[in-house]
Write a protein that binds this ligand. Sequence first.
Ligand code: BMA
Length: 848
Amino acid sequence: MTASSAIALNEGWSFTQVGGGQGTKEGEWLACSEFPTTVHVELLKLKRIPDPFIGLHEWDVQWIGETEWAFKNTFNVKESDLAAPNVDIVFEGVDTFASVKLNGESILQTYNQFLSYRVPAKKLLKAGPNELTLTFESAFSKGRDLQKQHGKFALWNGDSSRLHIRKAQYNYGWDWGPVLMTVGPWRSIYLHVYTTHISSLFARTSVSSSLTSSLSVSFSLSHKIASTASMTLKDAEGKTIAQQNKVQVKDGEGEVKFELGSGQVELWYPVGYGTQPIYTVEQNNALSTQTQKVAFRRAQVVQDELIDQEGRTFLFEINGVRIFCGGSNWIPADSFLTTMTPERYRAWLQLLVDGNQNMVRVWGGGIYEPDVFYDICDELGILVWQDFMFGCGQYPAYDSFVKSVTEEAEQQVQRLRHHPSLVIFDYQLAESNKLDLDYSDETSDFRNTTFPARHIYERVLPSVVEKYSDIHYHRSSPYSGFGKVTTNQQYGDLHQWNVWHGSQEPWHNWDILAGRFVSEFGMEAYPNIRTVDYWLGGNVAERFPQSRTMNNHNKADGFERRLELYLVENFKHAFDMDSYVYYTQVMQAETLASAYRLWRRNWRGKGREYTAGALVWQINDCWPVTSWAIVDYFLRPKPAYFTIARELRPFTVGMTRKEVKTYESDRSAAFFMIETVLEVWGTNSTLGEKRVALEVTAFDLHSDWTESWSKDVVLAANASTELYKGELPGQPKRTKASEIPKTLIVSARLLDHGVVISRYSNWPEPFKYIHFPDVKDLGLKITTGADGESVELSTRKPIKGIVLDVDGDDVSWSDQAIDLVPGDPQVLQARGLKGRPVKARFLGDGTA
Ligand code: BMA
């Protein structure tokens, strides 16, 4: 009897271009610098290719994806290991089509990047050196062959052959990503030596509606042996909470149930609602030990009827608490996935939480992320909305494809199901009107329609999710259900792309564009200027917004027109490189913050959860690029990251101003009155009411006039509360279109015992009409704190959209895109400032 052990095969790998060529000479094997790895990463380290993230070099490395490559490794096996009943080779992930040989014998043909493979290898292994080789054919060429055989289907983004290939779809190029067809052993490979091992362990925690917890653990052994096992539940400190020794293992299967009394375990909550206690289930038998992290929470998707509005909620309830989900869409954080470290994952997810976000959607055109991603989400309390890997396309459903997808779903659901953070599974649908999509038909064989993948989405995936997990399955994102189209605003989740794409609405219309849960919406902006300079790679001649290099670092359809549309409608703006970075960023910051502000207002309490979530497209980038990301590839937040964070604080204050025009009679167009109406509301995500002082001050940009009032208000628990509706102070009623309204800025603050807990200023729009005062008359003061790592901002006149920066290395600012008013100085943390002089950009800074 041999105890189970794993021997990593991570050392001593080398690779070659089969037949020789641009990458290596024929027969030339180059040592891999790390493992797991892929070809581009290795060639780049060896300086055999230029950095595809710089300039136009993306196009200089395309040949790699259409070339054959081989990886090999010689490893020693000990006599004692071969004495074990079983020795398997486990491949945790192969990208994508490899023929694998062990000591010259074929042992495996891989075909799906999202699968792991286990191969019994004892018979072919020998004591001493053994050789493992993986020979990769081009996934791109293979896809073209499959497309020829099975048909060419509709899609957005990338080459249509990708629909046939189970490989991260963004590798084929996306509207924010380069075409970089990676190839290689992208996950670990190890030898598994054992008599028997646990082939599946399902630690199923459940929490009843009265919030009592229980745990049932079932497991199966790969090779049946009669034995007993012990099962222990431990808390984070390693203290035993419950234990059963001598669990019978019959026919290779065992099962244990624990009813947990009150107080025995604590519940897991999303960030902001409680703590995130993580427990460990430990299985021990004579031959192996296996642990699984678990947590206890009740997660439900609630689709209830609403009071006063058509449709149903689409909201997440955790442990009976209904949660407004403010979060982000996540794409793969690198074009070269093997370079992603646990530290980088943590930095990203920490940034999300620091930005007051509580949900992330792992989008279907990327990958099922590695365990570390979900472990960190569990630990930080981030809810995960997990897509299956289908993105923007009409996928096929022929037998071999369905088989591969089924295997993939079975493996991934079993890998991910125990994470408390994971609350929903779905896939992404590209709704194209021409597909056969009769929502009332639930019974046909969809494989024979023009929408064959309905078979996968409505039959295969839900049955896998149901069989292997307790996680809610949603048929798509977006998906309305109840027989409604996916653009329906009253049911299900919504992708609201009529700002930017679609009808290109002004962002001021977000309130009428709302849905029950907006799982995608976005606005582009340039990244940090340092990131722009990175992709320029010193080529200063290309440092202007319309250069060829800039165009290659923005992949979105019509981006120049669209960026400019939103700029020109709203801002008097300059067009030099630094200014364009600034203005697109402020535009994005305004656009996105107003979405969160207006939609969170729709969270009006039980039965009135008219909008229950907003997930921005997108938090991150996979390379240095101008995109919808709110944080760039190098983890540099754009100003929008901060304006969103302000809207997702536990307490916020919001305002709208609207002009109401009343005609004297319906026979007249010349005689009317325009009144400016101000509405003020507050939000509170905590579970208790909150008493605060609301303070509202109006300023005239062109005089010293101000007017102020304040009142004590109560913010209802876990809801928004309307606080004021009336005339905008100081704005005369107007009777002619030639009467120019005063430039009044209204600042609202919530104070808790004198401490400001939220602030927001409402400016007249469009900003382009504003005559800004001379910079010298503003009285803007930026005072650096004694430690050189903080700044205080104060002003004599209102200032909009302050973005701070320094020469040299970047500073980690605690806020950006700041609106400042007299009498309300703001202090910012500035890690890395080291007392350097601070530069400020703002609207009306004299550049435009
Ligand atoms: C969404 C996504 C992505 C795309 C984004 C911006 O719908 O599904 O495919 O990058 O739009 O166009």
